[in-house]
Design a protein around this ligand. Structure first.
Ligand code: NZQ
Ligand code: ZN
Length: 396
């Protein structure tokens, strides 16, 4: 087991009607002037936003709001939010929505606490983050896990780059998880969310380290739970029990616990981010579109690990050698993505067939213009990244 620090200070309020506690939670975490951040319309339409405003008024908490956060949220809107937060002297940022809204709120929080620094400098590591403004979350979709994670992902549309910032200052102060708030989700977003929750653990699971008994057991249990309840939720998006499991797994899958003691791999996430930056596709869809090609490209580096996954997660029996079991596990995963209606290659993702030049460009951008490799199970340089993209392009 490698050394690790595990500090997840986010207070979780789980269950029906928990959003009614929002004002008390804000006060408990030091907030007295709040900027509310929300998305493109679902929270207004469902009446959630009005309920939150009512609770803030009853609690005597002055607030302003900023909306229109889009999926694959932009740096530009976060910068606007920083100006608004500074102008109103906000001391607390409240996100009402999913990963896109939460990550915008995190960006605003960092800018508000560090006036004079352009927030993109934190994402490009030109400036280091040593303080932020507390963020609270009312979650409306189980997916990104941003409600407890140490990450925030923004897209700089000027340069076409989608980038994550990893920092302990990204952990929200509290997260309100009421599964009923997800009941208005379209099936496609539920499927994208299930995929992302699985991928947050899969991208931590396929690693060179194999001496993490506790972490591996937690990871496998979470994967089985998401697979089982995902199949129920996709048929009935208002199944409270299934949505409860997905919501809790969404937070656990990305709060670090399913990867402690190892480095994580994260290649599939990085490959997917480039697709979202270039084609504005949903995050979950970008991941399922890459996973099969990535798995087929790397599994030979450790067929035993993939065979263990096949057995522990999919119940694929003892018969056959590791290679055979590994391939059966990959097939089962791909079949599951398909059963959710998720794409497993570029064509299914709806981006057609890319030209050689487009594949070159995608791979180059994925290395941050030659500045990095990705992955740990197999380290992928620009050529290997291009190979994996080419497999997805061929429909592998
Ligand atoms: O904008 P509105 O109208 O609210 O609609 C949203 C949006 O269209 C809709 N939605 C959310 N809750 C709803 C609802 N519609 C009806 N009823 C509800 N209850 O769903 C759509 C997607 O929302 P979004 O916030 O984009 O989804 P998600 O939570 O999947 O977040 C995706 C973003 O998070 C990033 C992704 O890259 C992507 O930009 N990620 C953030 C991470 C983190 N901070 O730790 C980790 C992840 O790996 C991921 O990269
Ligand atoms: Zn993700």
């Amino acid at each position: 087991m490698r050394n690790f620090t595990f500090y997840v200070p986010t207070e979780v309020e789980f269950g029906k009607d928990t959003e009614n506690k929002v004002a008390n939670l804000i006060k408990k975490h030091g907030g007295s002037r709040v900027l509310v951040v929300y998305g493109g319309g679902s929270a207004q339409k469902s009446g959630l936003l009005d309920r939150i405003y009512s609770r803030l008024k009853e609690g005597g908490i002055p607030y302003e709001s900023i909306g229109e956060v889009k999926p694959n949220p932009t740096l530009e809107l976060a910068r606007q939010g920083v100006m608004q937060a500074l102008a109103m002297k906000a001391d607390f940022i409240l996100a009402v929505g999913g990963g896109s809204v939460i990550d915008t709120a995190k960006g605003i929080a960092h800018g508000n606490a560090n006036p004079g620094i352009d927030i993109w400098d934190f994402w490009t590591v030109k400036a280091s983050l040593s303080r932020s403004t507390p963020v609270g979350v009312v979650l409306t979709i189980p997916a990104a896990g941003s409600e407890t994670s140490a990450s925030a992902v923004l897209t700089n549309t000027e340069i076409g780059q989608k980038r994550g910032l990893s920092s302990e200052y990204n952990r929200p102060a509290f997260a309100i998880l009421n599964p009923e708030l997800t009941f208005t989700l379209p099936v496609y977003q539920v499927a994208c969310g299930i995929t992302d929750i699985l991928m947050h653990t899969l991208d931590r699971y396929f690693v060179p380290e194999e001496d993490n008994e506790t972490t591996d057991a937690l990871a496998e249990a979470l994967l089985r739970t998401v697979i089982r309840n995902g199949a129920i939720a996709i048929k009935n998006t208002q199944d409270y029990q299934a949505m409860s499991e997905l919501m809790w797994c969404g937070s656990l899958s990305h709060n670090s616990i399913t990867g402690l003691g190892s480095r994580g791999d994260w290649a599939v996430h990085q490959l997917g981010h480039e697709l979202s930056a270039r084609f504005d596709v949903a995050h979950g869809a970008s991941l399922s579109a890459m996973w099969k090609s990535w798995a087929l490209y790397v599994y030979k580096a450790n067929p035993g690990r993939f065979a263990r996954y096949a057995q522990a997660v999919w119940g694929i029996g003892d018969a056959g050698d590791d290679e055979k079991k590994a391939l059966s596990g990959i097939d089962a995963t791909v079949a599951y993505f398909k059963s959710l209606g998720m794409p497993t290659n570029f064509k299914e993702l709806g981006i057609g067939t890319l030209t050689d030049a487009e594949l070159d460009e995608l791979a180059y951008r994925c290395t941050y213009f030659g500045a990095r490799t990705i992955g740990n199970l197999v380290v992928l340089d620009q050529k290997k990244i291009r190979d994996v993209y080419a497999l997805a392009n061929q429909g592998a």
